[in-house]
Structure formats: structure tokens, C-alpha cells
Design a protein around this ligand. Sequence first.
Ligand SMILES: Nc1nc2c(ncn2[C@@H]2O[C@H](COP(=O)(O)OP(=O)(O)OP(=O)(O)O)[C@@H](O)[C@H]2O)c(=O)[nH]1
Length: 435
Amino acid sequence: MGLFDRLFGKKKEAEKVVEEVEVKEEVVGGKVESEEHSDPAGDDAFSEQAGELLNETMPEIIAELGSESSPADEESEKLQEDSDELEEEIKEIESSELAAEVVSLEKKNDEQLSEITAVAEVQEDKMPHNLEEKYDKSLEKTRKTFGERFNAFLANFRSVDEEFFEELEETLIMSDVGVDLALEVTEELRHEAKLANAKSQDALRQLIVEKIVDKFDDEKVPSDLNLQEGLTVFLFVGVNGVGKTTTIGKLAHRYKEEGKKVLLAAADTFRAGAIDQLVEWGKRSDVPVVTKAAGADPASVVFDAVEKAKTENYDILLIDTAGRLQNKDNLMKELEKIGKIIKRELPTAPHEVILALDATTGQNAIQQAKEFSAVTPISGIALTKLDGSAKGGIVLSIVQSLKIPVKLVGLGERIDDLADFDEEFFVRGLFKELI
Ligand SMILES: Nc1nc2c(ncn2[C@@H]2O[C@H](COP(=O)(O)OP(=O)(O)OP(=O)(O)O)[C@@H](O)[C@H]2O)c(=O)[nH]1
């Protein structure tokens, strides 16, 4: 292969042909030119010669151009092969890099998983494992606020005088124990020689807490739920958002777990969302829910539910109602109608009318309790969200001023975060750091 070919490859073949032809033409031309003057008659012969020459060389050139195994092709094939090899190599590198990346991602994933597991284990360790621990944990916020307020009051203590009692009264009211209880406790302490003789903050603290606990104990009303041998009907009332539906769901789960036959009734037909929410809780606890479309008469839902509960031998019927306090007359009429229907079907029912109150709302909850009590007799209170509240002291206030027992407490959002009220766990959880 000549230098030209090696340098410029097949692409230059055509140019080569053209050049060769030109060179030949030049030669031919030269002859023409040189013989033009001496032998014009030789032109034809020369043209003939040129033609012959062209005829001889062209097929060769064309053949060479058309040949499949031209050096240019070989070069190109080689290049192609090289490029294919390179591509293969790149692919190999890429796939090995990818594999390495996959391995490193998997490793990262494993590390993250084990981190999550470790965190979950720590959380699980922190989770209260028995009821007392649950109370203790739920009352953390209340205990802290209560304790801080109380200790701040005692830190200012100089002597047990009138100013001291006024401050004590104020501190107790601020701590959500309720005005009545605060006044009573303070009044009784005024006349106790023990307090007047107390010399240290610790002694004072102990005496005051003792007095609050004793008063609470004196006033307390039985807090056991009124369960029947046969069907027990619970009617739940309370304003929106206090945790009424959640409490029903948790209670459904509890009784279902105990092997009881449980039925729910969505008599809060005021909002479609409320019906859906109860249906959802029904699914979670695997218990049926009697429903009607939003806007239907709540009393008709109650009627269907009591009928079903009776004829199909249910043990527990939990009825959710709408708690519209905005219009007390309507609420009263609605609850009266529901009550009448229940009584007509089952004269001893409802066995419990539970008012759900949100512990985080403090004195507002007491106000709600007063308003509901004026509309319908309340047999017990479900105090929800005790775990998120710093105002758990209202339990004392509820018992003291309303004389309605707190029967259930919500200690979290999980399905099993509902407990019967336990006075001892509550008092210990509330005051343990003060004694
Ligand atoms: N932390 C905590 N959250 C609770 C508790 N009880 C209920 N909740 C939450 O409070 C919110 C309101 O609860 P619901 O059961 O929907 O309240 P409701 O009174 O039925 O409200 P409506 O359905 O609007 O009538 C939800 O996010 C619940 O998860 C509790 O004991 N602790």
C-alpha cells in the first residue's frame, strides 16, 4: 500500500483516479500541444492513444475502488473492531462499577436498617410496659408543670401568713386542680396547726400534697364501668375533636380482645367524615358498624343498632353521637330522642353515658362538662389525651366540682392506649416528685 493510500485511505481513491486521469490528459495534452504546431494531423492518433490508455486504466481503477477488501476497508474494519473492543471494555468497566455501586448501596441500606432497628429498640425500651408506667409517662408534662409551679411558690416562702395562703390558692388554681378544690384545701390548711408549725419547704410541700390527695380521695365516686350480664349499651357524647371516636374504637378493641361480641353505631350523622372514621375503627377492631347516610336521623341509626344488638345477642353496643354544643336546644332534643329510643327497646339502657373530654383543654373541659350535664345525665368521663397534656390536674377538679367519676383515660393514640381510671396510679404519677 502506497503512502498516499495509507495516509488518506479509500476516501482519496476517487481523487486519485481523477488526478491520474488529469495526469494522463496532461501528457496527452502535452503531446497535443507539442505536436499541434508540427503535426496537426497526429491529433487523432494521439486521441486514440489517450482513449486506449483510459480504457486500459479505468477498469483497473474502478475495480480497485469497488473491491471489498481494499486497504481502506481493512483499515476501517480494524478500526471498527478496535471500537467494538473498546465498547466491550467500557461495558465491562461500567458493569463492574455498577456492581460496586449496588454493593455499596446495599451496605448503606443495611446500615440504615440496623440504625432504624436500634432506634426502634430504644423506643420500645422507653415504651411503658405496664399500666402504672403508662400513667407515669402520660403524666410527665403535668407533673413537670405542676412541680415547677409548686416549687416556685415554695421558693418564695418566708412564713406561713395570709400572703402565703393567698399565693397557695393562686398556685393551685393555676395548676388546674379547680377553684373549688383550691379554696377548700387552702381553707382547711389555714386552720391546721401542723402547717403553721412547719419549718421547712419540704415539710410544707408534704403537708399540702397530703391534703390535696386526701380531699381527692374523700370526694371520689366509684369509677368502675357499669357492665351488664347481657347487652351493655354505651352512649358517647362530647364536642368534635375531643377524641370521642378514638375512645370508642379503643374500647371496641378492648372488648373484642376479651372475646365479647361488639357492635358500633355511627349516630353522628352530622358529618360524613365522622361516619367514615367510625367505620375505619370498626375495621381496625374487626367489629361491625351500623351506619346510615350523612344527614340521616341519628335516632334511626340508634334504633337499628339496638335492634341488631338485641336480636343478634351482642354484648357491647357503643353509640357515637354528634356533640354540637353550639345549639344546646337541638343537642338536648337529639339526645332526648336517642335516649327514648334506647329505653323503648331496652328499658335498662343506656348503661353508661360517657362524656369525652380533652385533658389538654384544662378548665375549658370543665365548662363543657357542666354544659353537657345540663343537657343529659352523664355517668362517667373519658378523659382523653392525658399523655399530651400539662393540665392533667383537671381530674381533681372534675371529681371535686362535678362529682362525676373519670372512668376512662386516653394515654396515647394507639389502639390499646385506653385505661380504666386508676386513682393510685394517677396520684402517684402526678405528685411523686413533690413528695
Ligand atoms: N395523644 C392522644 N391523642 C388522642 C387520644 N385520643 C384521641 N386522640 C387524638 O385526637 C384526635 C381527635 O380524635 P377523634 O376521635 O377524631 O375525636 P372526636 O371527638 O371523635 O372528633 P369528631 O370525630 O370530629 O367528632 C385524633 O387525632 C386522635 O388520634 C389520646 O388519648 N391521646
